[in-house]
Design a protein around this ligand. Sequence first.
Ligand SMILES: [Zn+2]
Length: 414
Amino acid sequence: MSLATHLLCDDCGETVALDRLINLCPDCGGLLEVQYDLAALPPGLPERAAADRGQGMWRWRELLPLPVGAEEITLGEGDSPLLRMSALGAQLGVPKLLVKNDGIMPTGSFKDRGFALAVSVAKNLGATSGFTYSSGNAGASFAAYCARAGLDATVFVESVANETKVATISLYGASVYRLHYDTSTEIFDALDELARAGRYSFVNFVNPIRHEAMKVYAYELCEGLDWQVPDVMVHPVGTGGGLWGAWKGFQELYALGLIDRVPRMVGVQPAVCAPLVEAFENDRPATIRTGDSTATIAQSIAGDDMIHGGRRILRAVRESDGRAVAVTEQGIANAMRQLGANAVGAEPSAAVALAAVESGARDGWISPDETVVAVITGSALKQPGVLRDVASPPHGDVRADAAEWTRIIDREAR
Ligand SMILES: [Zn+2]
């Protein structure tokens, strides 16, 4: 069974039943958060879910808001690799560095857990179609899960998204429109207007279900560390659904008595457009519009403002004694190369996590004895143009000639 009980408004405390398709609080327009009756969890269940239920996100079904008997729309999401990065970590001064590689999820990004859950919930409540806006990765994931569920999908994809991202959304059968805008505010206003008009959307946080699936990060991480807690979790931040979901998951495990502390949550953005960092450093309760979202290679998380002022993310980093960190374009490209040289292909928006770890070790907010998890949120293949720019070009051209191959192989092996 699911222990989810109802939705609660962040701003006014209004409660809403989980049995209908709703985006924002009907009273005040605030964000809604799923609540759970954790006390009803059968004893020992999280550990048993880890041990006895095979693989994937749906092992944790009691802690997800999908009712009993409802169909799970799945493509095999969850249980991404948790890799110890001893060599790279030692090089950076963080020997206990781990990478959670969500770049290998079904559509190549961490969006898949969220859409698996949100599309399952929506289909169960009778939805036959849906829409989202996206910088690209969410659109691809949404389109794939809608295709799996038999829902019609419409995706408004940011016009700066590359051709590969746009074509992928289209390949999965969605209707794609290129979205042109001057500021993020225009998008947020349109979303609010549609929500008020009762048009159900799948945009992170406006949709109260998607980020619930990101709690599974916390469960998988603690399970992978034998129910120990990492000291620091570093996550790229666009809307912040991944970081917020993980934070909620850690708090649940704490409330259940399975862990005795929670990690410091660190949100990362590119320095050229870092509204979260600006608000964090200036002690603001919410973000303000700042920076140029077209000036970074980290396109998947580029925005000049955050949905509902990024309030949830600011809360998570502050309450956890974490921080918001900005990284340079050079640092992002360098982090892509470092990850690549250690067998992890990350898109720029994912590599920001490693760039932040490097700055944390250098600036002293990560100490050498701490266990640090950097989340890789998307595959290097998501941005082929940047990948080509960042990686070394081929060393030369060659014909099928055994003697020449031998000379090259011997030379390269030295
Ligand atoms: Zn409200």
